[in-house]
Ligand binder design. Structure first.
Ligand SMILES: Cc1cc2nc3c(=O)[nH]c(=O)nc-3n(C[C@H](O)[C@H](O)[C@H](O)COP(=O)(O)OP(=O)(O)OC[C@H]3O[C@@H](n4cnc5c(N)ncnc54)[C@H](O)[C@@H]3O)c2cc1C
Length: 499
């Protein structure tokens, strides 16, 4: 009797519709209604086009057919991220998804590679990653179980944010979610719980539990409940992005590109028929006009949209869930998009919420556990993003000098010290970024462990160097046989998307 019988979601961007889909899927056939309020007048942020592999798990959990989703959202495949000019100008490295094993277990491979590389000048770490080699050759194939290098592969998607929201909206409506058009104007509460909201058209909407998905407006969690924002801009000083879409491409690259620039970095996200571009920058070191000019100078296709500036602040809410109000997406926090983690945090928010599903009383213990857990996710991601900046050797602009010398979060400093000493990571609960991710970025930024672990000495033998060299060579040959990314899309999942 105490169960929640009505959820009200305010906001219909990617976040609002993800929340609606997850709830509708969970409560299908149950006496629980879900209503979503959105305002066409306000619209959505319209960015958020690069994902990470767990996004596919969301689609699976909703029983969404992946090929159908790809066709209708103009999606392309993403094997990882290419970073240009981050350590010094002119250098590049790749952060792949998936594992790097060379047919061994991941830990042993890395430690043996560390040992042998120093002695025998072995190929670089990414020569052993199927994803990195595929990206280098612009190839793509689905991961496969068994004794093939594709067993180590994982992928994510680049997608059209507007089409994703549309796709998820159709799913949610079919699953029984009620959509209400209107602009939220007032929020009412009793005993620190929201009881109803009113819209500009006079409608009153009551509910037991409210989910704030109103983007940076954060209408419920901030404007109404006054939950404070923890500001992390001392670690991540970028606070704006100028974004624009371009036509093309003829060849669709299977990776996001993140190229460092004078006061931040520039992304390139290739979809099937257009490219998303943006310059993420720190306004302390660069004006909007300079940022626009820098972005426009880097574009390689005809402009489809005029450059648009978006403001943000990296950080998160002190309590992501307060009373009977859960905040999700941009309303709950934002870490700049370098590793495409924002949509993932929405999904994580829903996963943690489902594990701590409250009744009408919104038990404090469930809320506290949720808040503790989501904060761990945010902090892990924050540290991993800061890693990309703090290892720079660049001193050519004030922005990079700041990044090189800034004070780090204690948790990141500990991870770096531990990695230096062991080549491993401190143990964490259910981390998003695997050791492969940390090793790839650290190696790419020229930060290597002092030594390999003595544990692998017994696995070494005099043929190992040759075996590893052969593996890297056979991987290159194997990938040469695979279809190009562009051909793979054409044959299996060419876009049928209409805006
Ligand atoms: C520069 C930039 C780049 C990004 N890149 C990535 C990326 O590559 N990968 C990634 O995962 N994420 C990325 N993100 C984050 C991603 O854009 C968001 O997580 C995602 O779009 C979800 O946004 P949202 O739904 O929370 O907010 P929004 O899209 O802003 O939606 C807010 C909703 O609330 C509604 N609303 C607001 N006020 C009212 C009101 N008064 N009444 C009624 N409705 C209202 C709006 O109409 C809208 O429906 C990026 C973000 C930025 C800023």
């Amino acid at each position: 009797m105490n169960s929640i019988s009505k959820y009200v979601i305010v906001g219909g961007g990617t976040t609002g519709w993800i929340a609606a889909c997850v709830l509708a899927n969970q409560f299908r056939d149950q006496a629980c209604s879900i209503q979503l309020i959105e305002s066409d007048q306000i619209g959505t942020i319209g960015v958020g086009e690069s994902t990470i592999p767990p996004f596919l798990e969301l689609l699976q959990s909703l029983n969404i057919d992946e090929v159908d989703f790809i066709k209708k959202t103009q999606a392309s495949f993403k094997l990882g991220i290419e970073f240009n000019d981050w350590r010094v100008k002119g250098e590049s490295y790749f952060h792949p998804f998936g594992s790097i094993t060379a047919g061994m277990d991941e830990y042993s491979f890395y430690q043996l590679w560390l040992k042998k590389q120093r002695q025998n000048n072995l190929p670089g770490l990414q020569s052993f990653s199927i994803n990195s080699v595929m990206a280098q050759q612009q190839k793509f194939f689905m991961p496969q179980q068994g004794q093939t290098p594709l067993a180590d592969s994982r992928y994510a998607l680049h997608l059209d944010a507007t089409l994703v929201a549309k796709y998820l909206k159709n799913y949610a409506l079919e699953a029984g979610v009620v959509r209400t058009e209107g602009k939220l104007v007032d929020v009412y509460q009793a005993n620190k719980h929201i009881t109803k909201v009113t819209l500009d058209n006079g409608a009153e909407i009551r509910g037991d539990f409210f989910i704030d998905c109103t983007g940076f407006n954060a209408l419920l969690i901030d404007k109404h409940m006054g939950v404070k924002y923890i500001d992390w801009s001392q670690y991540l000083p970028c606070d704006r992005a100028v974004v624009a879409q371009t036509k093309g491409p003829t060849e669709i690259t299977p990776n996001t590109k993140a190229s460092a620039s004078d006061a931040g970095w520039i992304w390139r996200i290739p979809l099937q028929t257009r490219v998303g571009n943006g310059y993420v920058y720190a306004s302390e070191y660069c004006t909007d006009e300079e940022a626009k000019a820098t972005l426009l100078a880097q574009l390689d296709g005809e402009l489809l949209t005029e450059p648009r500036v978006i403001h943000f602040k990296t950080g998160m809410r002190e309590q992501v869930w307060q009373g009977n109000c859960l905040s999700l997406g941009l309303a709950s926090g934002f870490i700049e998009p370098l590793e495409s983690t924002a949509i993932h945090l929405v999904v994580r928010g829903m996963v943690h919420f489902m594990r701590n599903l409250p009744n009408k009383k919104c038990q404090a213990a469930l809320r506290n556990e949720f808040n503790r857990r989501i904060r761990m996710d945010y902090e892990e991601i924050r540290d991993f993003i800061v890693l990309h900046y703090c290892l720079t050797q660049r001193e050519d602009t004030p922005f990079w000098r700041y990044c090189k010398s800034m004070a780090l979060p204690d948790s990141l400093q500990h991870t770096l010290d531990y990695f230096k000493a062991s080549g491993s990571l401190p143990e964490q609960m259910d981390p998003l970024f695997s050791p492969v991710s940390w090793r790839s970025v650290c190696e790419g930024m020229g930060f290597s462990p002092e030594s390999h672990s003595p544990l692998v000495n017994s696995q070494d033998n005099h043929q190992l160097t040759e075996q590893l060299q052969d593996y890297a060579e056979s991987l290159t040959n194997f990938v040469e046989q695979l279809p190009s990314h562009t051909d793979f899309i054409q044959h299996h999942c060419a876009s049928t998307a209409e805006h």
